[in-house]
Each structure stands twice: as structure tokens, then as C-alpha cells.
Design a protein around this ligand. Structure first.
Ligand SMILES: [Ca+2]
Length: 187
């Protein structure tokens, strides 16, 4: 993906700083025996792999029922007349439940996060004029905490077109039988 935005730069800076510190201390204490040196290298590689893993797990793809529960607790069920199944269906077709989704529209604006929120109207990012009606940074729409994303969609859906603002919802979810989307999710 093209998006070096988001919380990623901070995470990578932390990683680089950590590795610099770690490498410096390891090099200063490198043992002269080849086996000890090899052990040190293995230890370093393990540390590197673990740290990379810790950075990448910040991305999150929600499970269907997992999303259901977060949306329910956040009071989205029936909000402005839309059942939870509508939100889950919309998010699936817009982003596949991916909190890091960023897609560019034909008009040059971008849609951010698990609900594909547009930077022309709702959030502010660098280099784009925005109404910023949700009063938030677009990068906050890419982390694993979607409570602020939910607050923003509550604002978006109050507009006259309601969920019709999401093209994929209109295409795949509007006026459909949506029961399958919440099937098996414990109330
Ligand atoms: Ca967020």
C-alpha cells in the first residue's frame, strides 16, 4: 500500500531507534569466540523478527462478529434507522473489515479506514483541503481503535443521503436480506 501515513512512522522510528541501541550494545560486547559470535547474531536476528512482528500487528482486520460487538456496544444498532447488519455489510464491501484501508477516488480524494471515510469532507490529512466535519486527523482512522471512526460515521449518516453515501452499501446491501451478516454473532 502507498500509505506511509498513519501511526506507522512512529512505530518504524521506534524500531530503528531500538535496533540502533541494540546493535551498538551488541557490537561493543561481541565475543571473540566464533560460536559465541554466532549465538549473538542469532539473538539479534530473533530480536529483529520479534520487533518487526510487533510493528506489523498494529494493522487489524476485524472478524465479522467481533465488529458486530464493537458496533453494538457503541450504540450503532438502529442508529438513524440502520441495523447492525447494514454497517457490517457496508464495511465488508468497502474495505473487507480492514482498519488500514486507504483508497484513492477518481476525484483525487482518499477514503480512510474500516469504514472508508473520505478526506474531502470528514477528516483532515496533509495536502488536502477538507471540511473536516468529524474534526479529526485521517490517520486516526487507520489504527486499531475504531471508536473514533464510529463517532464519525454517526455524524456522516445524519446527512440526508444516510448510508447512501457509501457506494458499496448501495450496490450490495441496500434493500437486501442482510440476516447472514449477523448470523451466529451472540447478542
Ligand atoms: Ca481510529
Amino acid at each position: 500500500m502507498e500509505e506511509e501515513e498513519g501511526s506507522e512512522p512512529d512505530a518504524w522510528q521506534d524500531l530503528i531507534l531500538f535496533l540502533q541501541t541494540e546493535l551498538t550494545s551488541e557490537v561493543l560486547s561481541t565475543p571473540s569466540h566464533p560460536i559465541e559470535a554466532a549465538k549473538t547474531m542469532i539473538h539479534l536476528l530473533q530480536t529483529l523478527l520479534l520487533t518487526c512482528f510487533a510493528v506489523t500487528v498494529q494493522a487489524k482486520i476485524f472478524g465479522r462478529c467481533e465488529l458486530y460487538h464493537v458496533l453494538k456496544v457503541s450504540g450503532l444498532d438502529g442508529y438513524e434507522g440502520y441495523s447492525l447488519a447494514n454497517w457490517i455489510c457496508m464495511s465488508f464491501f468497502e474495505t473487507g473489515f480492514d482498519t488500514e484501508a486507504v483508497d484513492r477516488r477518481k476525484d483525487g480524494t482518499k477514503d480512510y479506514g474500516i469504514f472508508h471515510i473520505n478526506n474531502g469532507w470528514w477528516c483532515k490529512d496533509e495536502g488536502t483541503l477538507s471540511e473536516n466535519l468529524c474534526s479529526m486527523s485521517c490517520t486516526d482512522l487507520l489504527n486499531t481503535d475504531i471508536h473514533d471512526d464510529i463517532l464519525c460515521v454517526k455524524r456522516i449518516v445524519k446527512d440526508p443521503q444516510g448510508m447512501g453515501t457509501w457506494k458499496e452499501w448501495k450496490k450490495h446491501c441496500e434493500k437486501q436480506d442482510l440476516r447472514e451478516w449477523v448470523k451466529g454473532c451472540k447478542p
